[in-house]
Design a protein around this ligand. Structure first.
Ligand SMILES: C[S@@+](CC[C@H](N)C(=O)[O-])C[C@H]1O[C@@H](n2cnc3c(N)ncnc32)[C@H](O)[C@@H]1O
Length: 284
């Protein structure tokens, strides 16, 4: 913003100076020396003013960009369940490997986490297109799919083994509106303006490139689209989940705000997790 103002100031001074020079030479050629002397003085004064304001005064000098922005990530020695990479004061958690698939599908999950309440709270419409980012085994994707009779689920994950499990379970359950997408750590590989909702259940805290991923996710939202994050409550010591796999509401809100998402509400309906709803700031 500030640099734009100085660029504008610079162009105004430049215009005025060059017009004065032009008029000066025209008048010199017409040999009107009194006007010529007056204009010469004006040119000199304007040149001095430009130098003073734009180059010499430190506070007003045009900032020179060297195109090197400091990294948004820093490194520390990794914690037991972390990767040692720090983003906005939070160490990023280790990705849950595909060998943990059985834990995602555990029968006690409904009692412990009430995922059916979570899905009901999303108030999905039959023609909605939902991206389940970090879909894992498709535990949530395959429960949402039957509610989207005219819509679909994009089940997105970085682990091909997880996508194989989703395809297997999808065939078993005879569900045909779930499309798997192999993401990269920086890109969910969703088309722009293709989804109504981006859902991340126990995923955000382990994104290796949270900022890059969120920027891509926002681009993939249709106008009026929403982002829903479900994260274990870090504020509650009774939630028996590894520290880096839990997040506080304050931290989630900070990180979403940093990428241009506005907090709408937190639905306190789940036994152990926050269910937080966001929307892009510029699309309200
Ligand atoms: C704890 S599991 C949660 C799975 C699923 N959401 C559920 O609740 O059953 C986290 C999943 O996120 C995936 N993941 C991690 N980083 C990712 C990324 N950058 N893009 C897509 N998926 C990612 C992991 O591969 C893993 O399957």
């Amino acid at each position: 913003m500030r640099s734009h103002f100085y660029m504008y100031l610079h162009s105004v001074f430049w215009d005025i100076s060059s017009n004065l020079v032009k008029v000066y030479f025209e008048k010199s050629l017409s040999q009107d020396t009194s006007i010529g002397n007056y204009l010469r003085l004006m040119v000199i004064l304007f040149s001095l003013l430009c130098c003073f304001l734009l180059n010499i005064t430190p506070g007003l000098a045009i900032p020179v960009s060297n195109n090197i922005s400091p990294s948004i990530y820093s490194q520390k020695s990794p914690s037991v369940d972390g990767i040692g990479k720090v983003y906005m004061g939070r160490e990023i958690a280790r990705v849950m490997g595909h060998t943990g698939a059985g834990w995602l599908e555990r029968p006690s999950r409904e009692v412990e986490e009430a995922p059916s309440k979570l899905i009901a709270a999303l108030a999905l419409k039959p023609d909605d297109v939902v991206a389940d980012i970090g879909a894992g085994t498709g535990y949530i994707s395959l429960q949402m799919a039957p509610l989207l009779s005219r819509g679909k689920v994009f089940a997105v994950d970085v682990q091909p083994e997880m996508l194989e499990i989703i395809k297997y379970l999808q065939t078993e359950k005879n569900i045909d509106n779930v499309e798997t997408i192999l993401a990269t750590p920086k890109n969910p590989r969703l088309s722009p303006h293709s989804i109504d909702l981006a859902l991340m259940v126990d995923v955000y805290h382990e994104l290796e490139y949270p900022q890059e991923m969120m920027e891509k996710i926002i681009t993939a939202l249709k106008p009026g689209g929403k982002v829903v994050l479900v994260e274990y409550r870090a504020e509650n010591p009774l939630v028996m989940i590894k520290r880096l796999h839990k997040m506080s509401q304050k931290q989630v809100k900070r990180e979403m705000q940093a990428v241009g998402l506005k907090w709408i509400e937190t639905k306190n309906i789940l036994p152990q997790q926050h269910l937080m709803v966001f929307t892009p700031i510029s699309r309200e």
